[in-house]
Design a protein around this ligand. Sequence first.
Ligand code: NAD
Length: 322
Amino acid sequence: MKIYVTRKIPQKGIDKLVAKGHEVDVSQKDGVLTREEFLAALKQKPYDAVLCLLTDKIDKEVFEVVPTAKIFANYAVGFDNINLNDAKEKGVMITNTPGVLTETVAEHTFALMLAIAHRISEADRFTKAGKFQGWGPMMLLGNDVSHKTLGIIGLGRIGSRVAYHAVKGFDMKVLYYDVKRDENFEKEYGAEFKSVEEVLRGSDFVSIHVPLLPETRHLINTERLKMMKPSAYLINTSRGPIVDEATLVEALKNKTIKGAALDVFENEPALAPGLTELDNVILTPHIASATEETRSKMSEMAAENIIAALEGKTPPNIVKIN
Ligand code: NAD
């Protein structure tokens, strides 16, 4: 069968598809396909499946351009780039890659938390600029992470793994908010279930791990930033639009909060005006799952979903559409 892959991905997944005898076309563009390029690519052949990315907007128009495709396998755990109602209407299966990236994203979250608290980026720029004139008792003072309070918003796979590292590795206290309460987790890790407001008011670090949904868009806004301690840091490795980015820039400028570390942005790849000029922010370009190990597993997982769908089976990671 014919499969279109919208960007070069680690070879393991492609090999799996080829080993099953499928014909695989991979976009040769070194970058994100524009909408026009994407639609034109899908018109090349009557594709049976599409392996797509979070940068591809998938909606009715796309499904109509390639009506032969039974499945769109998203190369991500999040699927906010896909209009699920349109997929349901067109009878197209949607799959994602949950679980395989949990550890990596949790590690990246901790890397950001430690980096902003210990001013790693600032210190790196300072040292490389030749400004290091000798040890100084007041030079580049940061904050400890250990023994502080971490607020988790969204205690799912990634959020709970971040909480695990916080408790086990850094003796932190964990407060969390989620639409579902997890009493077993609370017992095991001494975590406390709170409202969003209580999490924001009580935490030294707040880390966001909810999916992007209509109800989580701008979950962090002006009012909620004001609830945070002036000494607190905000970490976002989830999805950019969950934070009102322009408001965050203001809060960082005004020292409403002490700092932020972001892997995701509201209008990627664009950044809110003023964000890059701030010293109290660390920015990474949506790479929280970007390790060789994890990206390879994601490619295999996406391929397995396609293989199952094309064999008439229910793919292991099908997204349930209500
Ligand atoms: P998950 O589904 O296991 O966890 C999400 C949690 O959020 C669940 O516990 C759910 O109950 C909770 N939740 C849902 N709606 C909520 C709401 N309105 N208020 C409060 N809690 C709510 O997902 P996961 O695997 O932990 O991934 C979380 C998100 O991280 C993904 O949706 C994705 O957007 C993002 N992500 C980003 C990267 C990256 O590269 N930066 C990589 C992987 C995942």
